[in-house]
Design a protein around this ligand. Structure first.
Ligand code: URA
Ligand code: CA
Length: 441
């Protein structure tokens, strides 16, 4: 095989063969193809696309570029959930313990924050002592013993994706449907869960900005997953504003604990229940959405969900007492309200801008080597559609010092558009995508 010929073919918008795809994916995984040739091919794929068969072959080749985690020894049908990346989106920390409390094993490999989006691993690591770098054996043992584990990807999981993703990030080739779908689904196939619920975000703060593009991504991923023999479905959910009110690592853990303690209502809990309900259904643990949601609410109200989180934190070396006393989580020294400049209705939010504001405070990384400050971030005090008076708090920032509190406050004020017209609250769920088709809501 010859890399120049493969690039040439895709440059001319021709379809690559399975052999060609397997060859360059292997080369990406073992380092035998130089970055400049891979980057050129990625741009050709970004510009000329891939057909359905090519996308399937790319996904399978990437999944098999490293280890495939074998969860067959676990009882029941292990399930996972994956989000394409959001802001204030801490559904995993709420639904994983709730689903486990309903008797369905949750074996989840999560990611770190990327750009303006938060990552479950970074959030979990804000819990004092907690470790996410478990071996495959420890991961399996924990799921068997307590029903739930949320860890980082084991080292040799889809290594081709590690190479290709790093190149895409710096060559403006992230926003390609076949590249996103293959990247996400290859990792889900390799991490071994039998059932996977995808949370495909849509709106200004998401990878795909329009509902139709998000549905197309969801359909592509669901099709590949089902063709590969897994149970997979997707919800297309809104990212027109942060999902929960808390943005920042320890702050989002606190919101998840509050939710599991019955202290949080609203969109974050609602979307967590919708996603969790589908996980129960994929695992044959519920017959319909209403039945599944009732089981999850029973787990929440009885405290069994919070018990699972406590057990998971303890098993991964963290301080389980955080679940009963959230002040044991890292606290930022400077806490300041951000007053609204004018009265009116919240019309719109710049979700990317809000995520970037949290990142700039230290809640995310700008370069790979940045160290995250677990305590910082902010709590939104309004949602789209709310009425707000001048001087009332739009948000409360939790900062390391006065200067960053000031800068974050100004950024948040720029991200929240307040106007005289009434505005409708955001729709939370735009579509449900299964192997059988799309239901637009
Ligand atoms: N998340 C991934 O893992 N891969 C992508 O390509 C985009 C989001
Ligand atoms: Ca293995």
């Amino acid at each position: 095989m010859n890399m120049v010929e493969i690039i040439e073919k895709k440059k001319l918008a021709q379809a690559l063969t399975r052999e060609e795809i397997e060859w360059f994916v292997q080369g990406a995984a073992n380092g035998s193809i130089p970055d400049y040739q891979l980057a050129a091919l990625l741009m050709a794929i970004r510009l000329n696309g891939m057909n359905r068969e090519e996308t399937v072959q790319l996904t399978l080749a990437m999944a098999h570029s490293g280890d495939i985690c074998d969860l067959s020894a676990l009882p029941g049908i292990p399930v996972d959930k994956h989000s394409t990346g959001g802001v204030g989106d801490t559904t995993t920390l709420i639904l994983a313990p709730l689903v486990a409390a309903c008797g369905v094993p949750v074996a989840k490999m999560s990611g770190r924050g990327l750009g303006h989006t938060g990552g479950t691993l970074d959030k979990l690591e804000s819990i004092p002592g907690l470790r996410v770098d478990l071996s495959e054996e420890a991961f399996l043992r924990q799921v068997r013993d307590i029903g739930v584990a949320v860890i980082g990807q084991t080292k040799n999981l889809a290594p081709a994706d590690k190479t290709l993703y790093a190149l895409r990030d710096v060559t403006a080739t992230v926003d390609s449907l076949p590249l996103i779908a293959s990247s996400i689904v290859s990792k889900k196939l390799a991490s071994g869960a039998q059932g996977v619920v995808l949370d495909v975000k849509t709106g200004a703060g998401a990878l795909m900005h329009t509902t139709e593009a998000s549905i197309e991504l969801a359909q592509t991923m669901v099709r590949i997953g089902c063709d590969a023999g897994r149970r997979m479905m997707a919800l297309v959910t809104d990212m027109g504003e942060p999902l929960g009110s808390h943005v920042g690592n320890a702050l989002e853990v606190k919101e998840a604990i509050d939710a599991l303690s019955g202290r949080v209502q609203g969109p974050l809990l609602e979307v967590s229940l919708e996603l969790g309900a589908r996980m129960l259904m994929l695992a044959d643990a519920a017959t319909n959405v209403a039945d599944a949601k009732q089981k999850l609410m029973d787990a929440l109200e009885s405290g069994r969900g919070l018990d699972r989180l406590r057990a998971m934190i303890a098993a991964q070396g963290g301080d389980p007492a955080c679940c009963d006393d959230v002040t044991r989580l890292p606290q930022a020294p400077v806490v300041r309200d951000v007053p609204a400049a004018t009265s009116g209705y919240v019309q719109q939010m710049d979700t990317v801008g809000l995520g970037s504001a949290a990142q700039a405070m230290g809640a995310g990384r700008r370069v790979k080597t940045d160290v995250i400050d677990p305590a910082v971030g902010f709590v939104m005090r309004c949602r789209i559609g709310d009425r707000i008076a001048a001087g009332e708090a739009l948000a409360t920032v939790h900062a390391r010092d006065e200067a960053t509190a000031q800068a974050a406050g100004e950024a948040i004020r720029r991200c929240v558009a307040v106007g005289v017209q009434k505005a409708a609250p955001c729709k939370l769920i735009h579509a449900i995508v299964t192997h059988d088709g799309v239901e637009r809501l």
